[in-house]
Design a protein around this ligand. Structure first.
Ligand SMILES: [Zn+2]
Length: 547
């Protein structure tokens, strides 16, 4: 996801940046810092494994359960931070059966005092019991939490979505993206007429003989907080197997009965998506956990190995083409975009939400690559270029670090266009594809900061793209290639750009073939007549004749 939420974030960031036409330091609260930074109460321990057990009571809109947090002590410290958002409340915390005391710092951060001496290298665990009415999602997935609705037959239909908001909206956890558990048990108890679909593989279903059943899911791979989900409903199931780069991949589809026939047709795009993305990005990153597509009452989200779907079984984005070119109507936006996140978001994950472009720019770009895979290079290019109409250029793509701030919504279309522009500079399609595949191999199942991705792309593409990243990620200006024709010579330079911007660009002079020129911010000249100057529109820049 997700466009609309990002534009809300964009509005926030915009207000901060645009107030005086200069960058101002925005105001963030103590809660934002506790949520968005690696506090001393977080940094001393490495999260290893979670056991989440929760009981869902739809009529009461109530959750109750516990998280067992397994961790390794990196350095001795006696206070551990666990986050849980009101109205949910921590009821009790224990370590080795002993009850612990805790203080609430801000609204969400429980600072728990450990009695047992925490020794470096030791593996420990705590059990955090909780209950309450979780935040009700007002406009999921953008304004997330837990969504409680009914299906057409009157059955309860419950789903979680919490990107940005944080998983602590529905269960107690270390709610920061830098540290992922290595694996996880998700055990959800629901009324016996319903099923829970979560991440990973279903290990068992327990009949509790009290009108409820417990669905135990196990995730074998590292998973980020917002990628974890529960979906409770009267699901039907069908499945198939995909022969992929790493062997057989199970594809499981969970949909409401009313959607079963539509899903059998629409979800034929899943193997198509996998074929295109394995080509461009390398093997699907979670073979052990399988791939699932799960009906939900909201638009969709990139939940790891259980992508959620609510695109109404139509192509486009709820039936619209975001590029305005027609190519966006050839495929289902949610199947393509949310699944693209399995590589960029779930495999390679930002440590800090300020670097959310790593998720959204590459995934927006994946829409272009999917289009190219099935409809050709010109179609893919037309799609990404068509999406430029959605770019605002009002605030930088990179947000503010350490306060859970996501930067501007330009991380989608502008980020996609930045990557498309870089591909032109690299000018070697196979090398570019190997850069994309190499990213997924090098940063496999890791959390990263922007610079790691930027350096890798520069290094492996053989082009120093650092100024290009700075220009498009950290500045709002779109470079202008200014040119003059003086004494029969074509002179040109970059304007409206960062200092030292020196991106190569392709132009055509007098109807000749597009070819590279190497502008800098200083003027350069070609000894060439230039009556008719055209810019290669694959580069996201503008052209201007000056006198
Ligand atoms: Zn997305």
């Amino acid at each position: 996801m997700k466009m609309l939420k990002a534009s809300l974030l964009f509005i926030n960031t915009f207000l901060f940046f645009a107030a005086c036409g200069q960058v101002k330091t925005p105001e963030f609260s103590h809660d934002d810092t506790l949520r968005g930074s690696i506090t001393p109460e977080r940094s001393w321990w490495d999260l290893k494994y979670y056991e989440l057990r929760t009981k869902v009571n739809p009529p009461e809109r109530f959750l109750s359960g516990s998280t067992t947090v397994f961790y390794e002590v990196l350095k001795p410290y006696q206070v551990i931070q666990i986050d849980l958002q009101p109205p949910l409340k921590v009821e009790k915390v224990t370590q080795d059966g002993q009850e612990l005391s805790y203080k609430l710092d801000g609204k969400n951060a429980y600072m728990i005092s450990l009695k047992k001496k925490q020794e470096k290298g030791k593996n420990e665990s705590i059990v955090v019991h909780y209950s309450g009415n979780p935040i009700v999602a007002k406009r999921p997935p953008w304004d997330g939490g837990v969504q409680w609705v009914k299906d057409k037959e009157g059955n309860d239909y419950v789903a979680t979505s919490c990107q940005g908001l944080g998983a602590s909206a529905w269960w107690p956890c270390k709610d920061h993206m830098y540290d992922e558990c290595d694996s996880m048990l998700i055990s959800i108890t629901v009324p016996e007429n319903l099923k829970d679909i979560s991440n990973g593989r279903l290990r068992k279903v327990i009949d509790n003989k009290d009108g409820t059943r417990t669905f135990e899911w196990f995730v074998k791979n590292p998973i980020n907080n917002y990628g974890i989900n529960m979906n409770v409903g009267n699901y039907e199931h069908f499945n198939e197997t995909y022969d992929g780069e790493k062997g057989k991949l199970t594809l499981d589809y969970y949909v409401l009965p009313e959607n079963l026939e539509k899903a059998r047709t629409q979800f034929k795009q899943v193997p198509m998506m996998l074929k295109a993305f394995e080509h461009w990005f390398g093997p699907y990153p979670f073979y052990e956990d399988g791939y699932k597509l799960v009906d939900v009452p909201y638009l969709g989200m990139e939940h790891q190995s259980s992508v959620t779907y609510g695109n109404k079984y139509t192509n486009g984005y709820l039936g619209r083409d975001l590029s305005g070119t027609g190519w966006g109507m050839k495929w289902d936006f949610i199947i393509v975009h949310e699944s693209g996140h399995e590589w960029f978001a779930n495999n390679i994950t930002y440590k800090d939400m300020a670097d959310m472009w790593i998720h959204e720019s590459f995934t927006n770009y994946s829409e272009n690559l999917f289009t190219e895979y099935y409809y050709g290079k010109e179609a893919g290019a037309a799609y990404v270029i068509g999406c430029r109409k959605n770019i605002m250029n009002k605030a930088p793509i990179i947000g503010i670090y350490n306060v859970n701030n996501g930067g501007s919504g330009d991380m989608y279309y502008k980020g996609g266009n930045m990557l498309h522009t870089m591909r032109q500079i690299v000018n070697d399609d196979e090398r570019w594809r190997q850069v994309l595949r190499g990213l997924n191999k090098t940063f496999y199942h890791q959390t990263v900061v922007s610079k790691q991705i930027e350096d890798y792309v520069s290094d492996k593409s053989g082009k120093n793209l650092s100024k290009v990243f700075d220009q498009y990620l950290r500045d709002i200006r779109i470079p202008v290639l200014e040119y003059k024709v003086e004494d029969g010579k074509f002179t040109y330079h970059w304007a409206n750009c960062i200092e030292g911007f020196d991106m190569p660009v392709k132009v055509s002079l007098n109807g000749e073939k597009m070819d590279f020129i190497y502008p800098t911010t200083g003027w350069k000249a070609l000894k060439k007549e230039a009556k008719d100057v055209k810019l290669d529109e694959n580069f996201y820049v503008t052209l201007k004749k000056v006198e």
